[in-house]
Design a protein around this ligand. Sequence first.
Ligand code: ZN
Length: 127
Amino acid sequence: MARTRCAACGRDLLPGDPACLECGSGDRLVDDTDVGAAVEDSLNLKGRHGVPGEVKPYLRTTVKREWSPSRQLSEEAMRTFDSDERLYRETYWNLGTGEITFQKEGAIEDQGLQGPGGSSRPQPPAI
Ligand SMILES: [Zn+2]
């Protein structure tokens, strides 16, 4: 089972919570302790400044488990689109050690950051 926590204060959150109930932070961390089970597991998280349904999410985070052919290991990939900061961030973890294996970030508009293209290229959210 995936466990979602506030990135700021560490409080346990439900994946559907728009922000931390304790400190109001929209940043969150996801632990997936069930490493051996599912082959593919994905989770979509959104952060909002206001009430869901009234305010569009400014922060969209996607966490997905992926096999890395180049590194020969199963990794968890987190992609974040921050409409406020106009930032795109991509982080990969080694599921075994928790070590960050790859990380990049830049402006959402900077398409060159997201690689040469391909069907799996993530798109920024519609604003
Ligand atoms: Zn918090």
